[in-house]
Design a protein around this ligand. Structure first.
Ligand SMILES: Cc1cc2nc3c(=O)[nH]c(=O)nc-3n(C[C@H](O)[C@H](O)[C@H](O)COP(=O)(O)O)c2cc1C
Length: 302
């Protein structure tokens, strides 16, 4: 018997597998396929103050071993999301992670405050790393001072633990990580997508209407492992690791790099059953490497 349980601030998880924001809707979409209570938890789609249609299409492009997306934070707005969360426990009984985004510090604060009274939200994940919107998102995540300002402002109002989601599109991710820790973050999530682009040979134009998009999927896995490893050495707060994870072995590797829990995004868009398959194969895979308790391997690669 392998003990799969892990701990995050304010949350005890049966296992470390968590579908990532933007790749699992609000859970309901997957609950028709299987009982999603098997998951450690899940992160729902990034939410802003106002409803957003997102970017024009095409906003998805294939890449070798991954994908580009430029969805642009399509969501119904925080008020609708909070209302819908009242029905969440019909199909998911555990705590969820809320992902919020904003175009100003006030917007982040507004969204965080709205989530304070939603009992089922265990952690607020603050996305300061969306590469697909203009004038917000990544602008906060690529500058240590701005990252710290958002963190401080959200922490001042949030009654839930706050994780800041970091961008890989920076020279030194540890600098931003440390700024967030110093500003009071309870944890860090990384990585968001890597800025990329493809060009349509026939049209001689960028394939995505937004021109650029975020690269994710197995192609980014080694980049994500490297960044989780670096951030683990730089801070003391827990890390949710993600980027290219698509197997039980990847989950173990991400944890050895320093992740306390592991999120999975693009892989679930290709195979919606992958979260369940990975959870089911984790005990056998862990046993193969002599692991009895997953908690024991967090940061073991250092
Ligand atoms: C279609 C799509 C939509 C996404 N939307 C969000 C989002 O709303 N908020 C966010 O923080 N990250 C978003 N992400 C980033 C993922 O949560 C994750 O950080 C990233 O894709 C890396 O993990 P992966 O390689 O397993 O996909 C999105 C990713 C994809 C592919």
């Amino acid at each position: 018997m392998v003990d799969l349980s892990v701990t995050l601030p304010g949350m005890e998880l049966d296992n470390p597998v968590i579908p990532a924001s933007g790749c699992f809707g609000y859970g309901r979409e997957f609950a028709d396929l299987y009982d999603i209570n098997i998951l450690g938890s899940f992160v729902f789609k990034g939410t802003t103050k106002e409803p957003r249609f997102g970017n024009p299409t095409p906003r998805i492009a294939e890449t070798p071993s991954g994908m580009l997306n430029a969805v642009g934070l399509q969501n119904p707005g925080i008020d609708v999301v909070v209302k819908q969360l009242a029905y969440l426990n019909r199909y998911f009984r555990k705590k969820v992670i809320a992902n919020i985004s904003g175009f100003s510090i006030d917007e982040f604060v507004y969204c965080a405050e709205k989530l304070n009274d939603v009992e089922q939200v265990g952690i607020i994940e603050v996305n300061i790393s969306c590469p697909n919107v203009h004038g917000g998102g990544i602008a906060f995540g690529t500058d240590a001072k701005s990252a710290a300002q958002v963190t401080k402002a959200v922490k001042a109002v949030a009654k839930k633990p706050v994780f800041i989601k970091l961008s890989p599109n920076v020279t030194d991710i540890t600098e931003i990580a440390k700024a967030c820790e110093d500003a009071g973050a309870d944890g860090l999530s990384l990585i968001n997508t890597l800025l990329g682009m493809r060009i349509d040979l026939k049209k001689r134009k960028p394939l995505l209407a937004n021109k650029t998009g975020g690269l994710s999927g197995p192609a980014v896995f080694p980049v994500a492992v490297r960044m989780v490893y670096q951030v683990y050495e730089a801070v003391k707060i827990p890390i949710m690791g993600m980027g290219g994870v698509s197997s039980a072995k990847d989950v173990l590797e991400m944890m050895m790099a320093g992740a306390s829990a592991v999120q999975i995004g693009a892989a679930g868009l290709k195979n919606p059953y992958i979260f369940k398959e990975i959870i089911q194969s984790l005990p056998e895979t862990a046993e193969k490497y002599g692991i009895k308790r997953l908690k024991d391997i967090i940061g073991a690669g250092h």
